[in-house]
Design a protein around this ligand. Structure first.
Ligand code: AMP
Length: 935
């Protein structure tokens, strides 16, 4: 084949012994970018690696020699007249390549015309040793996808300029995949980046602009000075999102989830999602939603609706969003992943995420990088995200490029995943619509992220009370005189004869009339039917709602058999095999169960019932502390086997992924997943508990307060390894105090289970009880193998998570002089010491759920110790940390009137723990002694 191709080509091409310079230049072009040479050349070069042992990486000189050799053997004659033309031909191809690479730098992107960019020399004829004289000469256009093989240079130059230096600046040559580049070239070059929209689409675009502008003007007049974070200047965003949804619906998408910050959000809510304008006006008027404990400002609200497209209705969801910029992106991705999983779609073809970024934020906020990195991984991929930057060239009051970023474009971060980036002038709404369609098609074809940089401006200050001239005087002088996008487009359409000024005025009047009536402004709006999940079973429950708790011992044994069985060809590592063998003994009743076995049994029980389980974290497959081994890695061939995926036919999905090395992005993703899917148990596990502090924004602004602000339930579980084992400041504490400080309004549960039976029943309670509230768990490290931290099958089978555990030893209540309350690992230190000392006057009571505090259960326990006057709270954490300050009022409420409560624990400390094992041991001994010594 290669020989044949080469032969034919040799006979028909320009190749001669003297044309080697031409070939070499062609080859260099090809190496730079395989799409820059014609298909014929590319095929030749593509096959080089196999042609007589010459590879693409081979030195140019060798390639040249190879061609010279081949030419010689064919006895080619010297055709010197062709040489000059050959040389020019190469220059023409280089010119095309230059436009593809750098055309965007000369594109007309800034509506205000303020950008001062140097003209790119590579985009001139002179740079390529071509001149006006050559303009009439015909040249082969190589792979330029204009639909012709040859063109006069002048015509080609104009076509290149129109394609790459108009209102669209396409950056895609950083992509290595030839098919993707070819695809983009075909889409842009074949139409010179100039769409031919019919009247229907043009009017649809205009209506979007009329709506965007009309709403802002209306709000400005009706509620002067009120904060609305106007979209004005970036008006094209409205028709743009609508075009994306139309394209998505036409291509078969069923759901679109959108994430955006405050700028333009009211406009998107009303003019895209179809929130009734009257509803928004009521909110401006101060309306309070009595169903929400806290509520949130107007420009953080989410919304759901359906949207009619030619391909059918598409369900839309705008995610609720706090002020923290960019953090909603992984939330949206998680929500989309949940919807895709629900629809059994692993290609991304049924749900599309759109994330809307600010120009300063996309470059400035690290979580953006995390989401790009997550975008193609097994645990987090969603088939690509359409990312829009509303680039108004100002970040709050900072617009200097040298202050906001270190890159040419704010979108350069997207190049880390080779996403194509379409910069587009927002004052050319047809170009905006074109790139919107291309973006959706690209995403659907290649299932990867794509970016649209909507270059616009901000007509007002950061908000409507702000004075932008104070910091951006020149820009705002220009903006003041700049016509609004709606008017620019009306002028254009009137000129084209698409509509008259009167018709345009009628459109504006009609829009205003809808606002006057407070009605929905979106023609495509439909009532919700497309979304496929029912939250009603989970609404309005209390903590003590009954649920199907118990599980028979026999059933546990059956499940135990499943979780310890793997095919013969799977050869676990000897240490893993030992753990599996031990599990068999535990399930046979030869030994008590350890933590890993009980936890695995809980997952087995859930998937057997049909519940889906999704568990992600940095080492979740194995478990940070080598205790889980949910995934067996066969030692012979590195194949993996997950027993929990093989419990029974038709079981719930069990998914476990080792996460990318991120906390904030992945936790936000899991929050998004859990708020979109009530029927799955969603768990995020930190490698060490304190690592969660990198994700504090997600904990503060979503997990702990999302229900109170937005009415969005979330059953996410966080497993946070916690415990003082002398590992130093950063591997001891999951910062329990921070979670407890966030607790109010029964917003979430904070649990510290201390036995395998407790973890088994806590996990099941979280999934089976029809309540969806976040569960924060301080999980153990040393307890995973502690000889006392074991449970019987019967204890598991009982099915109850005990929020309080009373004394377990044979201690007479009447002899008790002191009751020690504690949570977590320190319990075993106390128990051990008391047993060793054969002490009988101290009872130890474990608080296994610190929030909501289990007053009723505690009262029952304390009933026995009514005579006791001496109560102690014992903790491992320093006094200013742990539960002492945040939960003390609950402990006081629990003890009998007249009794005293004191503290036994480490002294207050700036650091969570000391760095020296010996000091740690001394401190630990002292606090245990202190707790057990009655003075
Ligand atoms: P969505 O699919 O996100 O647009 O949600 C559709 C509808 O389901 C919403 O309008 C809510 O009524 C309900 N819903 C969605 N998510 C939640 C949640 N996390 N908690 C409670 N209700 C929800």
């Amino acid at each position: 084949m290669h020989e044949g191709v080469m032969q034919t080509w040799l006979e028909s091409s320009h190749l001669s012994a003297n044309s080697m310079v031409y070939v070499e230049q062609m080859y260099e072009l090809y190496l730079d970018d395989p799409t820059s040479v014609s298909d014929e050349w590319r095929e030749i070069f593509d096959h080089l690696p196999k042609v007589e042992g010459v590879s693409v990486e081979t030195k140019h000189s060798e390639v040249r020699d190879l061609f010279a050799q081949l030419a010689k053997t064919k006895d080619r004659t010297v055709v010197s007249a062709a040489d000059e033309a050959d040389a020019k031909q190469v220059k023409v191809l280089q010119l095309i390549n230059a436009f593809r690479f750098r055309g965007h730098q000369n594109a007309n992107l800034d509506p205000l015309g303020l950008w001062q960019r140097e003209k790119v020399r590579e985009l001139t004829l002179e740079h390529h040793e071509l001149s006006d004289v050559d303009k009439s000469k015909e040249f082969n256009v190589g792979s330029f996808a204009i639909g012709k093989d040859k063109m006069p240079l002048g015509e080609l130059f104009d076509a290149l300029t129109q394609t790459y230096c108009g209102s669209i600046g396409a950056e895609y040559m950083h992509i290595t995949d030839t098919d993707e580049k070819r695809w983009i070239q075909n889409r842009l070059e074949s139409i010179k980046s100039t769409p031919q929209f019919d009247t229907k689409i043009k009017k649809r675009i205009l209506k979007g602009l009329v709506a965007a502008d009309g709403l802002e003007k209306y709000l400005g007049a009706k509620f002067p000075g009120a904060k609305r974070f106007s979209l004005e200047g970036g008006d094209a965003l409205v028709p743009m999102i609508k075009e994306i949804i139309h394209s998505a619906g036409t291509s078969g998408q069923k759901e679109v989830v959108i994430g955006m910050a405050h700028r333009g959000r009211l406009n998107v809510l009303v003019n895209v999602l179809g929130k009734k304008s009257g509803e928004l006006f009521e909110e401006f008027g101060g309306k309070v939603d009595p169903s929400l404990l806290a509520g949130d400002v107007k420009y953080h609200q989410g919304y759901s609706s359906d949207f009619a497209t030619e391909g059918g209705n598409v369900h839309l969801a705008l995610a609720f969003n706090p002020s923290h910029l960019e953090i909603v992106n992984p939330v949206v991705m998680g929500s989309v992943r949940a919807r895709l999983d629900r629809r059994d779609c692993d290609t991304g073809s049924k749900a599309l995420p759109i994330t809307i970024h600010g120009d300063s934020a996309i470059a400035g906020q690290g979580v953006v990088q995390e989401t790009f990195n997550m975008s193609q991984t097994r645990a987090y991929k969603v088939g690509g995200t359409v990312r829009i930057v509303v680039n108004n060239q100002v970040g709050f009051t900072t617009s200097n490029q040298e202050d906001t970023r270190s890159t040419e474009y704010c979108t350069d971060i997207a190049k880390m995943v080779q996403a194509p980036i379409f910069h587009v002038n927002a004052d050319d709404p047809e170009a905006v619509a074109l790139v919107s369609q291309i973006a959706v098609d690209y995403r659907n074809t290649f299932r990867r992220d794509v970016v649209i940089d909507l270059v616009c401006y901000r007509r007002h200050g950061h908000n409507e009370a702000d004075e932008p001239n104070a910091t951006q005087p020149l820009m705002y002088q220009k903006i003041k005189k700049h016509p609004v996008p709606r008017q620019l487009y009306i002028d254009r359409l009137v000129k084209e004869g698409v509509l008259s000024d009167d018709e345009a005025k009628t459109l504006m009047d009609e829009y205003r009339a809808i606002l006057d009536q407070g009605e929905c402004t979106v023609e495509e709006w439909r009532p919700m039917t497309e979304h496929s999940v029912d939250w009603s079973p989970y609404l309005g429950h209390d903590w003590d709602i009954e649920y199907d708790k118990a599980v028979a011992v026999e059933k546990l044994k059956e499940l135990g058999d499943k979780i310890t069985t793997y095919p013969d060809h799977v050869k676990p590592h000897s240490r893993v095999k030992k753990q599996y063998d031990e599990r068999v003994k535990m399930l046979n009743g030869e030994k008590l169960l350890d933590w890993g076995t009980a936890e695995t049994l809980a997952y087995a029980d859930l998937v057997e019932r049909g519940t889906n389980v999704r568990l992600t974290g940095q080492d979740s497959g194995r478990g940070t502390f080598f205790h889980r081994h949910a995934v067996i890695h066969s030692q012979d061939d590195a194949a993996t086997y997950t027993p929990l995926e093989n419990i029974k036919e038709g079981q719930g999905r069990f998914e476990i992924y080792d996460a990318v090395l991120s906390e904030v992005g992945v936790l936000a993703f899991e929050y998004g997943y859990a708020t979109a899917e009530p029927d799955s148990l969603v768990i995020w596990e930190a490698q060490f508990g304190d690592f969660a502090n990198v994700a504090q924004v997600v904990i503060d602004q979503f997990i702990s307060s999302g229900e109170q602000k937005w009415g969005r339930l979330c059953g996410l579980t966080m497993l946070l390894p916690h415990g003082y084992e002398g590992q130093g400041p950063e591997h001891s504490s999951a910062r329990l105090e921070r979670f407890l400080q966030l607790c109010a309004d029964h917003n979430m549960q904070v649990c510290v289970p201390s036995t395998p039976a407790q973890v088994f029943n806590m996990i099941r309670r979280q999934a089976i009880r029809p309540m969806r509230r976040p569960l924060v768990v301080m999980t153990p490290k040393s307890l995973l193998r502690h000889p006392l931290a074991v449970s019987s099958l019967e204890e598991l089978a009982e099915g109850t998570y005990h929020n309080v555990i009373d004394e377990i030893d044979d201690i007479e209540a009447k002899d008790v002089k002191r009751v020690v309350f504690c949570s977590g690992k320190v319990y075993y230190d106390l128990l051990d010491k008391r047993r060793k000392d054969e002490q009988t006057d101290v009872a130890i009571v474990r608080v296994e759920q610190l929030y909501p505090f289990p007053h009723a259960e505690m009262d029952k326990v304390i009933e026995k110790y009514k005579h006791v006057k001496d109560f102690v709270w014992c903790q491992e954490e320093p006094q200013n940390q742990g539960a002492w300050y945040c939960s003390q009022h609950h402990f006081w409420n629990s003890i009998p009137t007249g009794a005293n409560l004191t503290y036994a624990g480490r002294k207050a400390s700036a650091s969570p723990a000391v760095g020296y094992a010996s000091v740690h041991a001394k401190e630990q001994q002292a606090l245990v002694n202190d707790a057990l010594t009655i003075k």
